[in-house]
Design a binder for this molecule. Structure first.
Ligand code: SF4
Ligand code: SF4
Ligand code: FES
Length: 347
């Protein structure tokens, strides 16, 4: 055990300052352990957000010595013995208190991203994908929504005014994931990324990739392919010719129709140049499932009155698993019971 120097930003919406602490550190500890020790021994009102302490919930994002990192995944052994460890809140988002920021910008942008739009003729549970397509989007689904990539992106880090027009790298990987999804019916993901999400603001500095704790290759595998799709459509020779002779709204109409016919936006292509992508449906066979049956081109998904997809998956009529608290517990649980003694009493 040794004493180490810590400098932590304390304050709220009114302002704040860096405060120095000396705190004990044991071998094998991470920065979050030290913050917990500070809360337990010196500063019980220090606010910090965390949940899993396993690098999986994305809550404990802070900036450590200026670099956005997960506090629960940053080992104290990565710093020199005499080095002061400075912990500050995520700079891109408004402060709530101490190390806790208001990250609702990210949820607003997530809501603006059109949801997965499966073909309406396939019921939940009938979706089938080729393994190669599963693997392609698997990388993006590792995202734990820590928003480290969002906080490091210079487009919004120092430019509050860009937040309205720019959704950020986390949302670009979501757009790319859906655009590459063989069962996603929307053919306008590239337009969305360009016009609504502001992918053009990104100049591929790769800072987002550098800080991602899940090692998602955000720029190489998501942003650059999406940018290429945007450019492909913009410089499509047919669109270029159309631009010469038609009005803008007519050109955009043609571009959308042309790309749909060419199977752009992640769809597997259409034989004979007919409009609409081809999807593969599973048909039970004596030997198992068939993935090779072609089905008619799907219609656009049915949206509800708010223009959103009905949440059929979540309304699935299935009982949930048994509660780990037992059937006699009502929620919210009394805070008095939320401790080790509670579990002992139940045992
Ligand atoms: S690569 Fe683009 S999205 Fe990522 S940090 Fe740089 S500018 Fe932002
Ligand atoms: S892409 Fe990486 S850095 Fe960005 S929110 Fe997801 S896990 Fe965090
Ligand atoms: S506490 Fe969950 S990622 Fe750090």
């Amino acid at each position: 055990m040794s004493k180490r120097e810590f400098r932590i930003w304390r304050g709220d919406t009114e302002g704040g300052e860096l405060t120095d602490y000396q705190v004990e550190v044991n071998e094998g500890e991470v920065v979050l352990d030290v913050i917990h020790r500070l809360q337990a021994t010196q500063t019980p009102d220090l606010a910090c957000r965390w949940n899993c302490k396993a690098g999986k919930c994305g809550s404990c994002s802070v900036e450590i010595n200026g670099k956005p990192r997960l506090a629960c995944m940053t080992r104290m052994s990565t710093f020199e013995e005499e080095e002061t460890v400075t912990v500050t809140p995520l700079r891109t988002f408004p402060i709530i208190r101490d190390l806790v920021t208001n990250v609702s910008y990210n949820y607003t942008k997530a809501r603006e991203t059109p949801a997965f739009a499966p073909p309406p003729e396939l019921a939940p549970g009938e979706y089938r994908m080729q393994q190669v397509d599963v693997e392609r989007s698997q990388e993006f689904r590792k995202c734990i929504e820590c928003f480290l990539c969002q906080t490091v992106c210079h487009v919004i880090r120092d430019h509050e005014e860009n937040k309205e027009a720019f959704s950020g790298p986390r949302m670009f990987i979501r757009a790319a994931e859906l655009d590459m999804h063989p069962l996603d019916d929307r053919t306008d993901r590239a337009e969305q990324a360009s016009h609504q999400q502001g992918i053009g603001y990104c100049n591929i500095t790769k800072c987002c990739t550098e800080v991602c704790p899940e090692h998602i290759k955000i720029t190489d595998n998501a942003i650059i392919p999406m940018k290429e799709r945007v450019v492909d459509r913009r410089y499509d020779p047919l669109v270029w010719l159309g631009r010469k002779i038609l009005r803008r709204d007519q050109v955009e109409q043609q571009a959308t129709a042309g790309s749909a016919a060419a199977g752009v936006s992640g769809s597997p292509g259409t034989p004979g140049g007919e409009a609409g992508p081809v999807h593969y449906a599973a048909e039970p066979t004596p030997g198992g499932l068939s993935f090779a049956q072609e089905i008619p081109a799907p219609q656009p998904p049915v949206l509800d009155a708010d223009g959103k997809l009905p949440m059929t998956e979540t309304r699935f009529d299935k009982p949930g698993p048994a509660s780990p608290f037992g059937e006699d517990v009502t929620f919210p649980v009394d805070p008095q019971q939320l401790n080790y003694r509670y579990w002992q009493a139940q045992a």
